[in-house]
Design a protein around this ligand. Sequence first.
Ligand code: HMG
Ligand code: MG
Length: 316
Amino acid sequence: MKLPEQVTLVDVGPRDGLQNEAQPVAAVHKIELVHRLQAAGCTEIEVTSFVSPKWVPQMADNAQVLAGIQRASGVRYSVLTPNMKGLEAALAAPRAHWPHEVVVFAAASEAFSQRNINCSIAQSVERFAPVVAAAHEAGLKVRAAISCAVGCPYQGEVSADEVERVAQLMKDIGVDHCGVADTIGVGTPLRVAAAMERALKHFPLHEVSGHFHDTYGQALANILVCLEMGIHVFDSSIAGLGGCPYAKGATGNVATEDVVFMLHGMGIETGLDLHALVDAGAWISQVLGRAPVSRVSRALLAKRGLALEAPQVASA
Ligand code: HMG
Ligand code: MG
């Protein structure tokens, strides 16, 4: 079994992690989180989403957050853009504040597509086509997320055929990268491998990634099976924050700290500083008034004698 020597983690904490928070999180804290992630070595950060503020009020400060980041060299920043309005808003700022990459998100399940973005799968892809073209025109990379790639909160099981159908549609409109997402964390390794295989029929190995919510504690096993397939890009969320507002009961993405601990333990490089990540995760968890979900963070904080107390929140 030849495993990748290096893995890239896209930290989606500032977006996927925070979008589901009921309490408003101040833009300064979102910006500070991005700064802490890049200081810990993150080179890919999903910052915010240019979606309707009526649908996801927590992301209403998208432009402020994206413009407020002190950019670090070598770091790529991405944002969600579900339609042209979202892309235009992301590009309304001076070029220095543009994202490097935009994410269009469709579902492998019709029911979830309706609930999440208020249209059918086919309509969503039609809506993405001009977004992809305009993003390319602006020199941005385009990533697709295929939600509910193994299970749907409304429909139940989702077949690999349904994943392949969306992957093919995404390829047809010129998307560069295909993220396969287990939105509600019900995937187990063989089912996840089957979904990934279908994405790999349409995208090269380095342009397929896994996005695993850890609701049922399966995410690390799912990442391992992907590593065995040679997949070496994964989304993860600092402290295990998050969930999707349109997938009730779904918890956060797999915690970045947990993935890094596993990868480093396997001798796989990430370029990330685990202890700095633990600090970042403890800090944002304290901002939110709770302990990190990450098992690794909890263990390392306890070992440091900090129990689950996080460092004091820095004033803005
Ligand atoms: P809609 O209501 O069908 O859109 O929403 P519409 O075109 O009819 O517009 C309705 C109103 O929204 C109008 O305003 C538009 O201007 C405005 P009004 O005239 O009523 O004042 N509007 C916008 N405002 C700001 N930015 C925009 C935008 N678009 C329209 N981009 C829409 C369709 C897609 C906009 C809506 O359903 C939406 O924003 N959905 C977002 C849902 C979301 O963010 N879900 C979470 C992210 S996806 C996720 O977490 C999954 C992922 O992590 C992978 C996984 O785990 O599965 C990626
Ligand atoms: Mg997600």
